[in-house]
Design a protein around this ligand. Structure first.
Ligand SMILES: Cc1cc2nc3c(=O)[nH]c(=O)nc-3n(C[C@H](O)[C@H](O)[C@H](O)COP(=O)(O)OP(=O)(O)OC[C@H]3O[C@@H](n4cnc5c(N)ncnc54)[C@H](O)[C@@H]3O)c2cc1C
Length: 405
């Protein structure tokens, strides 16, 4: 069955966005909002077929550099505003607490706290009593240090993608999905997209194809420093239902995080693999090793949730870059080729702000303020034929200003 659009599509568009995840949807929305009249988003499967349909939706501005802090903060604000029109987005400002029992990590928390306060992040230092008050089902006596992001939030990522697409359509953008894998071909000015049933030419093309972006860009001779990798999460039902609303948590020692997920349920994850994954051939279910690690972490830190029922466990593919910053900007401006990819597992919390900055560049053109604002995430900051590199994502405490390549 083909889910081709019911309305006829143009043969040539001003801007073609490739990918119906949260990054592509946010880009189409911001383009349409800025008055770009001819926008088409192409998704070969269905919106949310990639990582955005599998993500946890924790949003925080506890980030490792100022660019990320600003982008995450703006993204959270945008989701809050959108959620007034799209309540199914499940947006809530529930806060986000992280902690450690390790002396070295406690020192890092202290440094991170001072750095983030300097950047205006709403963050407090917390200890065992604060953690017990937030998570009465937990055990925190041995915790040496913690951080609480008071403005942090949660959202349902797939519903947020849907909200962006609905708004983009209302503003005049076309969304075309379900026409299968498509090929890109360079034209004298721009690119041509050939899917199963249609061919469309575009002056400007934005690659927002998540883990598929590496192969897609390679198919047109563009090498970008990207490594797809697998990430896992699970839904649990604790024996005593937790309140519907409580803060999200992150145990820095085990790297396990959790958030409320509807009545009586919790979403928990970590399970990041440090090897390259193939987004077309990965194991989509949770591994026994991941589930065991989760169960052990719960037993140790959250004994009130011991004996939780495992509702489901799954995996998705995220995309790493060498310096954990995404690639947002021009890949080959002479061909009108741009990208918004490489979110290192934090694309939900960055999509809105990153897409707006990219659209500023597309609308205002290169050489101005919009280009300056994208310097830290310029896709051309790495060599054009980058060597392979292992993913090293993770919600670390360091200030990450030095690219590691
Ligand atoms: C288990 C898990 C938990 C996560 N938790 C969080 C979290 O709490 N907070 C957070 O911020 N992030 C989280 N993430 C990361 C987040 O999901 C991603 O960073 C984000 O969804 C990336 O969005 P995207 O639009 O770039 O990519 P995707 O959502 O992967 O979308 C890419 C789309 O491109 C399409 N596509 C493929 N090939 C082509 C082509 N040739 N042309 C056009 N389109 C194509 C795909 O079908 C797909 O729909 C998590 C991820 C996972 C897997």
């Amino acid at each position: 069955m083909t889910l081709a659009p019911l309305v006829p599509l143009p043969e040539r568009v001003g801007c073609l966005v490739l990918g119906g995840g949260i990054a592509g949807a946010a880009t189409a929305y911001h383009l349409a909002r800025r008055g770009e009249r001819s926008v088409l988003l192409y998704e070969p499967k269905t919106p949310n077929a990639g990582a955005s349909g599998r993500a946890a939706g924790i949003l925080t501005d506890q980030q490792w550099n100022e660019w990320d802090v600003e982008v995450a903060r703006e993204t959270v604000k945008e989701y809050e505003e959108l959620s007034h029109r799209h309540p199914h987005m499940g947006f809530a400002r529930n806060g986000f607490l992280r902690w450690t029992t390790h002396p070295l990590a406690a020192e890092a928390i202290d440094v991170a706290y001072r750095r983030m306060r300097r950047w205006g992040v709403s963050v407090d230092r917390i200890g065992p009593a604060d953690l017990r008050a937030a998570f009465p089902w937990g055990r925190f006596d041995d915790v040496l240090a913690g951080l609480r992001g008071t403005a942090d939030a949660v959202v349902t990522p797939s519903a947020t993608t849907d909200a962006y697409l609905a708004e983009a359509r209302d503003l005049g953008a076309d969304v075309w999905f379900g026409d299968g894998p498509a090929q890109l071909r360079a034209e004298p000015s721009g690119f041509q997209l050939r899917a199963r049933h249609r061919t469309i030419a575009a002056r400007t093309t934005v690659v927002a194809a998540g883990a598929w972006s590496k192969a897609l860009l390679r198919s047109i001779g563009q090498g970008l420093a990207l490594t797809p990798y697998r990430v896992q999460a699970a839904t649990l039902r604790p024996p005593d239902p937790p309140p519907e609303r409580f803060p999200s948590g992150h145990d820095l020692d085990t790297d396990v995080y959790f958030r409320p997920e509807g009545p009586g349920r919790v979403l928990a994850g970590d399970g990041t693999e440090r090897v390259e994954a193939d987004p077309d051939r990965f194991v989509t279910t949770g591994d026994p090793g991941f589930v065991t690690h989760l169960a052990e972490s719960v037993r140790r830190r959250l004994p009130g949730w011991e004996g939780s029922e495992l509702i489901r466990a799954w995996a998705g593919v995220c995309t790493a870059t060498p310096d954990r910053r995404p690639h947002v900007g021009a890949v080959d401006p002479s061909q009108g080729l741009y990208c918004i990819v490489g979110f290192n597992g934090y694309g939900v919390m960055r999509a809105g702000g990153a897409a707006r900055r990219l659209v500023d560049l597309l609308v205002e053109g290169p050489g101005g303020r919009a280009s300056d604002r994208l310097v830290p995430v310029d896709p051309r900051r790495f060599p054009t034929s980058p060597p392979d590199f292992p993913p090293h994502p993770g919600f670390t405490l360091e200030g990450g200003d030095e690219p590691r390549f």
